[in-house]
Design a protein around this ligand. Sequence first.
Ligand SMILES: NC(=O)c1ccc[n+]([C@@H]2O[C@H](COP(=O)([O-])OP(=O)(O)OC[C@H]3O[C@@H](n4cnc5c(N)ncnc54)[C@H](O)[C@@H]3O)[C@@H](O)[C@H]2O)c1
Ligand SMILES: N[C@H](C(=O)O)[C@H](O)COP(=O)(O)O
Length: 351
Amino acid sequence: MRLPAPVLAVTSGEPAGIGPELTLQLALEKAPSARIVAVGDPALLGERAERLGLDVELHALAPGEPVPAARLGVLPVWPVALREPSRPGELAVANAGYVLETLDVAIAACRERQADAMVTAPLHKGVILDAGHAGFRGHTEYLRDACGADEVVMMLASDSALHAGQPGWQGNAALRVALATTHLPLREVADAITATSLERILRILHADLVRWFGVTAPRIAVCGLNPHAGEGGHLGREEIEVIAPCLERLRHEGFALDGPLPADTLFTPRHLVGVDAVLAMYHDQGLPVLKYAGFGRAANVTLGLPIIRTSVDHGTALDLAGRGLADAGSLRVAVALAAEMARRGSIAAAS
Ligand SMILES: NC(=O)c1ccc[n+]([C@@H]2O[C@H](COP(=O)([O-])OP(=O)(O)OC[C@H]3O[C@@H](n4cnc5c(N)ncnc54)[C@H](O)[C@@H]3O)[C@@H](O)[C@H]2O)c1
Ligand SMILES: N[C@H](C(=O)O)[C@H](O)COP(=O)(O)O
């Protein structure tokens, strides 16, 4: 069955960061896997294209106008107006509302089936908080709330094809790291890991590995929270009181779960053999490993949403913005992953 190329709404992210220039590069792909529509300010994108000498023609779409087939050098745009002009590397609180509006446009388009998936270029959490959007934590949490989901799971996945070819790589071709907690101060992490939250997260991770990644019987390795997974209770009791009982309950339902394991050795190549995903207990337990193994060659995906959302594995890189130095590799992986997920979704819906 030949399906039409999926439509991906790509939010161009923090206007002072590298998001706009990376988004423009998508129009220069010779073999695009999807129909891309950027969400952002056409004047901003035009200014960045000119500054960097990128030969991209912007095509602002009118409301209801269909997203055209991909054409080299042409970038369709769903226009959102900047609140004030933006300069590379200079954050402006006035534009925080603009960034959030780009997300709202993409979320609505996915929910109304005008887009098959959304892909997000990086935003700057600090400037959104400085602008007064109290409680903002990141795309993941914003999407959870906007879509009315009880729980979502952040997972970063390295691109297996690109990754396996890298010199020196000895681990699994693909590494997937999901998080039990996301953007929380470390001080709050232990209290946030409860039997209920952990069980919900493992159910979402298991179901979405099957649904979106074609893993028939996922095997998930689960990190402990404390050093050496608590050293038998001497270095913390969360493993004994919360994590292990939760894993045991789910094993009775047939889940293939290893752990809780000491995170330092779990992430060694030998222990990752046959593992489909690792569940880390917090952001900086899991993501440094993934980023060490494949920064710029991995994508972030939000599991448990009613829509498809992927993102880059990096931030706004204000130091590189407007200089043409930013690597678009992760955005390409995020686009390829979203396109693949959209195709899987269409095939499942058609069968
Ligand atoms: N998906 C997202 O929206 C996302 C992801 C991560 C961080 N962030 C946000 O970005 C902001 C800045 O975060 P940070 O400084 O910790 O991380 P960062 O990823 O922006 O920068 C870290 C380092 O990596 C480099 N780098 C980042 N992206 C690169 C690219 N594409 N090509 C080449 N080099 C690149 C930067 O120049 C810098 O040296 C923060 O507000 C953070 O919350 C957003
Ligand atoms: N935790 C992500 C990372 O380090 O790559 C990043 O902060 C993005 O998170 P959101 O997708 O929730 O914005």
